[in-house]
Design a protein around this ligand. Sequence first.
Ligand code: FES
Ligand SMILES: [Fe+2]
Length: 403
Amino acid sequence: MVLPSGLPAQHPTPKAPTGDARGLRPEHIAIARRYHRTMSQSLPEINARIEVAQTLPGSFYQDEELYERSLDAVHARSWHWLGDASQFKANGAVALPQTLLPGALDEPVLLTREASRDKLRCLSAVCTHRGNLLSQQTADAKHIVCNYHGRRFDLQGRMLSMPEFEGAEDFPSAGDDLSSLGLGRLASMLFGSLRPAPAFEELTAEMRARIGFLPLEEFTPAPELDRDYEVNAHWALYVDNFLEGYHIPFVHPALSRALDYRNYRTELFRWSNLQVGIANDGEPVFELPADSPDAGQRIGGYYFWLFPTTMFNFYPWGLSLNAVQPLGPARTRVLFRTYVWKRELMEQGAGSGLDQVQREDEAVVEAVQIGTKSRLYTRGRYSPTREQGVHQFHRLLCDYLRT
Ligand code: FES
Ligand SMILES: [Fe+2]
């Protein structure tokens, strides 16, 4: 046995490690752990050519380490639903505590609005002194005051005062101000990001251009129609399923009657994509302006997906916004938020029966979660004409996870 260097000669010879119940010695266990980590960190290649590409392996949807890595590598860098700006009007508050991606990032934030202007901000809700949470009770009309030792901030996050810090050098510094997060806004809808990549404007550019004819400022939140669902599946499986209309004839009989499946199509953008649902005869459709790229077509639904977890489903009656929130490797929450424009068109066509469609999606996604665990399933292939969105998502996801 080689003695660790630096041990005096008379030092008793270190005992050989005894190992675990399987007879493995600690060094073997360490090697096995390292190997496992390397395996789970090595992501598969998703070929850029959908014609030859293979899907994510089934093991991806079970892998706890990759799930944990996705929190920082994917979710901390992307945009997440934070709520609606109407919250400010409802209670007159100027600093509202929220949680960015509850159950996954769990980042405490404050949405603030200065009384003097309409500028909204998203600030860290963690006091820069010793980390106390800044809550609803700590904010008044002009200031945020920590209720632990009395540090005061303005609504831009600047530290204003701190009791009994005389003698502290280099104080205050920029690090004593509250950190700012990215805040994206589409009409009254608010989105936050810890380290945004890309910028919100870039993420939403194609969607904003395509639905520019819709007066979003006339869309009204309808909280009585909102729903939260929890699904026993990996968040990426829920997204996979959203990104193809391929399953509609098999999984959604009622929706299938409203949509012209043969003409259902997907368009890809840099960070997002769009599925265009053509309506069957007699179903409600958008009144499109002459300069729309879809002018003359009977569009019953525009289904936009923004990488990685936000879906905007526009129907002739308004918008159903879906926010996918990871809760664990096999548990996902999905928020449905409703914005009504033309209430009389609800419960007709592709935009109707959304709860039923969600239940049908949940059932199949939960079955896939179990199926991808099989030792006999490895990877699948993509339909080049029906699964372009899934292929794009898998490639983006692997890119984010690698960097
Ligand atoms: S933790 Fe906020 S003042 Fe001490
Ligand atoms: Fe579906």
